[in-house]
Design a protein around this ligand. Structure first.
Ligand code: ADP
Ligand code: GN1
Ligand code: MG
Length: 365
């Protein structure tokens, strides 16, 4: 998509932008969608700025449902949030739609660009991670009264860890690209923990974990911060909004941002849980959600962190065994390297289990 200028320009021409489009450039470091930054020249000499994205059709088989979810949720948020920099604003097409499907069936959408914002790839300081937690916690709070069951499950079973594990077992059995023999240690680690994978689903059945709107991609690069104040600004990347659990949103953020190393660090001695970052994010998330979460949910946050980490490890390993068809990879062992960081992080979370529980327990009412 990145070089298809005609496609992008054609898409731009279908949206109600103000001013004259000057040009689009690839933007951001997202792994899923193709994102472009668009500047338009206004008659008075000023500029208007937009983000135009092609939704990844390989991941999202039904982009209309994705857009329907985003439209409903942003509409709800706009009733509570006045500041246009704090909520994504969809730009309509000339036909009053919130997306445009081109002749190649690419689904395009456009947002107002949130100016003077920063997008952190990994938190360098605890205060940034606190703000990221605050943004996602507030997102939970603002959507407490949204009927989660009215959202489409755009990625069915996205955080169904039991099923993710079953898929791994299928991939092991199929051994499509002959890689199983080289990953026996990783497989054993994952099998040893198989009783854990149903813990959140069971808590939901027992009434300890309510169904809510979950974001499902709470990496810190999906919460913009204000460039000057570095305060939480806006939650972005709403493709994966679905009915789900607060603790998986919490957990996925910890998985990514409270790792002492990056997701694809090859030196496993660098990988571990940064308790300072964990504490900061928990503080931000539980402050931002302002008493909307139940005590039983708060106490399950360490489980959410461990679940998201092992689930991601399972997904990376499955993709590795299936020949790297889902996650974008830069070299042949990339998915395996990512899997190993996740498993190392799980082991370190197990070492810090009581500390994590104590930290979150302070927020129970
Ligand atoms: P992906 O699913 O590929 O991660 P995102 O929706 O997160 O796609 O967008 C990719 C990047 O584009 C973000 O990390 C952010 O830097 C930037 N971005 C997206 N939407 C906006 C916006 N409305 N204003 C400013 N920057 C944005
Ligand atoms: C994908 O590309 P990004 O950062 O938005 C994936 C997440 C994984 C993550 C691992 C829709 O997210 O679930 O946790 O990679 N998103 C989807 O880096 O599968
Ligand atoms: Mg993103």
């Amino acid at each position: 998509m990145k070089n298809c200028l005609d496609l992008i320009n054609n898409a731009v021409n279908n949206f109600e932008v103000t001013g004259v489009p000057r040009g689009c450039i690839p933007y951001g470091n997202g792994h899923i969608n193709d994102t472009f930054y668009l500047i338009c020249d206004e008659a008075d000499g000023s500029e208007s700025k937009y983000v135009i994205q092609a939704v990844n059709r390989n991941v999202f088989k039904n982009p209309r449902q994705v857009m329907d979810n985003i439209e409903k949720v942003t509409k709800h948020l706009k009733q509570k949030i006045d500041n246009p920099r704090e909520v994504l604003s969809l730009i309509p097409t000339h036909n009053h739609n919130c997306y445009y499907i081109d002749k190649h069936k690419n689904c395009w959408r456009m947002y107002q660009f949130i100016d003077n914002s920063i997008c952190i790839e990994r938190p360098e300081r605890t205060s940034d991670f606190y703000e990221s937690g605050f943004a996602f916690g507030k997102f939970q709070k603002d959507l407490t009264d949204f009927p989660a069951e009215t959202l489409y499950e755009v990625l069915p079973g996205f955080h169904d860890t039991v099923n993710r594990y079953k898929n791994l077992e299928k991939a092991i059995k199929a051994d499509k690209v002959g890689r199983v023999a080289s990953v026996e240690k990783e497989i054993a680690f994952i099998r040893e923990r198989k009783d854990f994978y149903s813990v959140l689903a069971d808590a939901n059945k027992n009434g300890e974990l309510p169904l809510r709107v979950s974001h499902n991609d709470t990496k810190c690069n999906n919460a913009l911060l204000d460039e000057k104040t570095r305060k939480a600004l806006c939650v972005i990347d709403l493709d994966t909004i679905m009915p789900g659990f607060s603790v998986t949103d919490f957990g996925d953020a910890i998985r990514f941002g409270a790792n002492t190393a990056s997701e694809d660090e090859k030196d496993l001695s660098k990988v571990g849980l940064d308790i300072g970052m964990f504490t900061a994010f928990a503080d931000g998330f539980l402050t931002g959600s302002e008493g909307q979460l139940e005590n039983s949910e708060i106490m399950l946050m360490p489980e959410g962190a461990k679940m998201m980490t092992i689930e991601c490890g399972i997904r990376f390993l499955t993709d590795y065994l299936e020949g790297d068809t889902y996650f974008k990879t830069k070299y042949p062992e990339h998915n395996l390297v990512r899997c190993r960081t996740q498993l190392k992080l799980v082991a370190d979370m197990e070492n810090h289990w009581e500390t994590m529980k104590q930290i979150v327990s302070k927020y129970c009412l």
